[in-house]
Design a protein around this ligand. Structure first.
Ligand code: HEM
Ligand code: EMZ
Length: 386
């Protein structure tokens, strides 16, 4: 089994040109590869909008499989800020002690099963159930709901070998529709209910708007979290010294998590639509064309990060963009960071070593670039400490 390395396919083009042109379903994309350009472009929403036809800023484009606008992701300021203000406090709940204790218990239980089982799969027996059970805390939904979400697999719009899967999207949409109706007839203390009761700019959110928030919550935080969790565990198989060090120096955990997000960059890139003829990186861009902010390339930019291809759990200066940059920075980051921190903490406390048995790597293809993002499957053997 190959090791946990995540190679950087962008290095050469990033250094020589700074951008690359790829095709996506006949709607080309100029990928921006340098950290400076990615940040500048993310910040300039007037020229690089997120508010295009729903699905068009995603690469691969989801225009053919959905029409619901994801909120606040596909909305520009100032309206973006109004939506975000309404939901942001809810997405900060992972800072609460009780939330963290419940999350710790979810992780500890799953680790116990993984460590004592035979031939278990890190993706399907650990990362996917962990992501789904953790999401019940974020939504404040009953734990049983996680079983339904687990049955949807690792991505709600994609299946293995199929970049876009419309029938999967329908399953998610029907589920969200039913939950939003239930939130109106029997309001509870969950995110569905908050959205159906909440107000933005002095008016109630429509059901379509609430749906837009929920679709994003289910889609955005799924394969990203699963890949981050799987890659972190795989890293300890080839770098047992890092697990040992976190055991001795738990104060490094937060720094280690940021470094893992930089190095893994679970979301490779995200697009914007150009609103007027402009230039980035001395390259002309036409109005209505697409660019992508390549977080994964920016996070290996040698102009910014020393030894960018090394995962250093004690990296001091780390201005990574793994959770995005500027107003659309990841709303789920508080939750995702807690998942990763508690995972590292529990791993250090209860596992002495990780061995990778066999697996199938997950490689994305973007034009001439091939990028490993994680694993489709990964059989592991964990050695418990006690
Ligand atoms: C936005 C990455 C987990 C919800 C983003 C963006 C990135 C990102 C790069 C910026 C997109 C852009 O600028 O267009 C990640 C990574 C994650 C993760 C690497 C895990 C390690 C989550 C989770 C949730 C979530 C767990 C929620 C359950 C969102 C939302 C936005 C967003 C709602 C849009 C924010 C806005 O438009 O204001 N994420 N994400 N993400 N993410 Fe995440
Ligand atoms: C969209 C996106 C959000 C998209 C911040 O990223 O995540 C992707 O995985 C989904 O396919 O629809 O939610």
């Amino acid at each position: 089994m190959k090791d946990s390395e995540i190679p950087d396919p962008f290095a050469q083009v990033r250094a020589s040109k700074g951008y690359a042109e790829i095709d996506d379903q006949g709607d080309p994309v100029t990928m921006l590869l340098r950290l400076k350009d990615v940040r500048k472009t993310a910040h300039n929403y007037q020229t690089f909008t997120s508010e295009a036809v729903p699905g068009r800023i995603v690469v691969p484009s989801e225009v053919s499989i959905r029409s619901t606008r994801q909120i606040p992701f596909e909305v520009d300021p100032p309206m973006h800020g109004a939506y975000r203000a309404m939901i942001e406090p809810w997405f900060k709940r992972p800072l609460q002690e009780k939330y963290q204790e419940q999350l710790r218990a979810i992780i500890a239980d799953l680790l116990k099963v993984l460590a004592h089982g035979e031939k278990l799969d890190l993706v399907y027996d650990f990362a996917l159930p962990l992501q789904s059970r953790a999401l019940t805390l974020l939504l404040n939904s009953p734990m049983e709901e996680a079983e339904t979400w687990i049955s949807w697999g690792t991505h709600v719009f994609r299946s293995e070998g199929e970049a876009l899967d419309g029938s999967k999207a329908d399953v998610l949409y029907d589920y969200i529709d039913a939950k939003l109706d239930q939130a109106v007839s029997h309001p509870g203390d969950d995110l569905f209910s908050l959205l159906m009761q909440g107000e933005v700019e002095g008016r109630k959110l429509s059901k379509e708007e609430a749906k837009g928030v929920m679709v994003l919550t289910f889609a955005g935080g799924r394969d990203t979290v699963i890949n981050a969790v799987t890659n972190a565990m795989a890293h300890f198989a080839s770098h047992p010294e890092d697990l040992e060090r976190l055991r001795r120096e738990p104060e490094l955990i937060n720094t280690a998590v940021e470094e893992m997000i930089r190095y893994f960059s679970p979301l490779t890139h995200m697009g914007r639509v150009v609103t007027e003829d402009t230039q980035v990186c001395e390259h002309a861009l036409k109005a209505d064309s697409r660019v992508s902010l390549c977080w994964a390339s920016a996070n290996r930019d040698e102009a910014v990060f020393e030894e960018p291809n090394q995962l250093k759990i004690d990296r001091k200066v780390n201005p990574h963009v793994g959770f995005g940059f500027s107003h659309h920075n990841c709303l789920g980051a508080t939750h995702a960071r807690q998942v990763m921190r508690l995972l590292l903490k529990e791993m250090a406390a209860s596992i002495s070593s990780v061995e990778l048995i066999e697996g199938r790597e997950n490689w994305e293809v973007w034009g001439d670039f091939r990028r490993k993002v994680g694993y489709h499957q990964l059989q592991v053997k964990l050695q418990p400490r006690h």
